[in-house]
Design a protein around this ligand. Structure first.
Ligand code: 2AM
Ligand code: CA
Length: 265
């Protein structure tokens, strides 16, 4: 398999899609809701996904595609080469802020992440990695990640998870929030993952994400020695929705053992 060629196509397409999104800022958005009034989608989410799908189908007819907006293949397994695409991660930010969103793409072979691309369109910052060849922001290599203590760490999580909720006993996360140096919440899983990769934050926690939210970011973080699991410490399968714990090495273990009780809740 010519991964360099796939990578170079993915790179080119993501830049092209980003340019289209930047140009769309001057036009009127068509906003619709999906599963609930806060689950939003726009014509740009749909058009961007369709753009990638037409490029991939034309160039790599044998590849499968799993995209958030459902124009792909709805694959039942990850055999062969599968593109996991979120055309806009952080749609609510895209609509309300016209920033703090990203295009996220992961290319997997038999379930193993080979290529990750997360494009912060507004800042023109493309985070990218090919497994085994290092990770970059644009053309700048990102240094590998080293351990850091909780009291020197910035942890990204949504305030929902420290309020009573259906997914986790919020009492587990309150001490983590109290002891961390600081917390942040950006509202875009893909960017929060690459912020861990870039050392801008030290960990990211979410209770409810889909494969297209974390497939691209996972390749980039893991390339730098960061650890990516669900909140029970298990590997993600990239086909199911799951919780997510992404962190520097060491810090991941501490959060999992000391705060999340190794997932025994
Ligand atoms: P999205 O913008 O692509 O929907 C916001 O905290 C983050 O969680 C975003 O990355 C958002 O992705 C994702 N997200 C929000 N609601 C979600 C849901 N119901 N299932 C999966 N991911 C969700
Ligand atoms: Ca999305």
């Amino acid at each position: 398999m010519d991964w360099e060629q796939i990578y170079s196509h993915a790179f080119q397409w993501v830049k092209e899609a980003g340019e289209k999104i930047r140009l769309s800022f001057d036009k009127t958005l068509n906003i619709q809701t999906k599963s609930n009034p806060n689950d939003l989608v726009t014509n740009i989410d749909k058009e961007t996904e369709q753009f990638f799908i037409s490029k991939i189908r034309e160039t790599y007819p044998g590849h499968k595609i799993l995209g958030e907006e459902g124009f792909g293949d709805k694959p039942e397994n990850l055999n062969g080469i599968v593109w996991l695409i979120d055309p806009i991660d952080g749609t609510m930010n895209f609509i309300h802020q016209q920033r703090n969103f990203a295009i996220s793409i992961g290319v997997y072979e038999n379930g193993v992440g080979k290529i990750g691309l997360v494009y912060d369109v507004v800042h023109d910052e493309l985070y990218h990695a090919v497994k085994g060849s290092g990770a970059y922001i644009n053309d700048k290599p990102i240094p590998v990640l080293h351990p850091r203590k909780v009291n020197e760490s910035i942890i990204a999580l949504n305030a929902t998870w420290v309020m009573e909720n259906r997914r986790i006993d919020h009492n587990l996360l309150i001490p983590l929030v109290r002891e961390a140096r600081g917390t942040r919440s950006y509202g875009t899983a893909a960017l929060e993952m690459v912020f861990v990769a870039a050392g801008r934050i030290d960990a990211y926690i979410s209770m409810r994400l889909s494969p297209w939210d974390f497939a691209g970011g996972a390749v980039i973080v893991e390339e730098l020695g960061g650890i990516v699991t669900n909140l029970r410490g298990e590997k993600l399968d990239f086909l199911s929705n799951d919780s997510l714990l992404v962190a520097r090495p060491g810090l991941h273990e501490t959060i999992l053992q000391e705060y999340l009780k190794c997932g025994k809740w």
